[in-house]
Design a protein around this ligand. Structure first.
Ligand code: CA
Length: 236
């Protein structure tokens, strides 16, 4: 776990993990042009080392790598309880692989070939949402789960729970709107930053995952309930 103090420029520092030199410099150039500071590495091992040494606002991770894969990187970071937003770059278009990435803790994915505009929009949405040192992010409790947004720490009965950045934001958003019915479209717009997207099933998948973290019996939710035909409601 990174215990380094947060520096002002960390909020714009992106780590790029990509083994193909051309793609790596293209990503670096575009991100720098957009005003991000970029550290680019070619292997998963280097990425894990870099993330241990300092804070990043976001990780852009290619899945297909010669050593450990981008999936492994996501999994290892989440296992260490690190909530840094991760966007996965995948050449694969099978839904199974996308789901695998999200299951292993990625927050979003972009399939190659992608448009640079689309990629930058995804990065922007996640970096903007990662405003965890902003005021008004006080500690809160849902059932036996304690959430400390400033430390990005989630504890269940005193034990750390490894939430992905998106799961964390979803929980925080639902808490900010606790006891209200929140629609899937509203969640996609405000938590995902998508202005027009029909894939509301994404929300259902995340809600199901979040329930495993916060509910005593995820299949009989007590706190994060489904309001049929409307959306979800966090009772707190
Ligand atoms: Ca690659």
């Amino acid at each position: 776990m990174n215990t380094e103090p947060l520096r002002a420029d960390d909020a714009r520092h992106v780590l790029v993990l990509e083994d193909e030199p051309q793609m790596r410099s293209m990503l670096t150039d575009n991100l720098e042009f957009e005003g991000y500071r970029v550290t680019a590495v070619a292997t998963g091992e280097e990425a894990l080392q870099a993330v241990t040494a300092r804070h990043f606002a976001l990780l852009l991770v290619d899945v297909m790598l010669p050593g450990i894969s981008g999936f492994d990187v996501c999994q290892q970071l989440r296992a260490r309880g690190m909530h840094v937003p991760i966007v996965v770059l995948t050449a694969r278009t099978h839904e199974q692989d996308r789901i695998r990435g999200l299951d292993l803790g990625a927050d979003d994915y972009v399939s190659k070939p992608f448009s640079v505009r689309e990629l930058l929009a995804r990065v922007r949405a996640l970096v903007r949402r990662d405003d965890w040192h902003a005021p008004g992010s006080g500690e809160f409790t849902v059932g036996d789960v304690v959430v400390k947004p400033r430390q990005r720490l989630v504890l269940r009965k005193g034990r750390r729970v490894a939430l992905s950045s998106r799961e964390f934001e979803l929980l925080r958003y639902l808490f900010a709107h606790r006891n209200e019915v929140v629609s899937r479209e509203q969640l996609l717009r405000d938590v995902w930053g998508y202005s027009h997207l029909s894939v509301t099933r994404t929300v259902d998948n995340y809600v199901a995952k979040l329930r495993t973290h916060i509910e005593p019996r995820p299949h009989e939710p007590r706190y994060l309930i489904t309001v049929h035909g409307s959306g979800y409601q966090l009772l707190a």
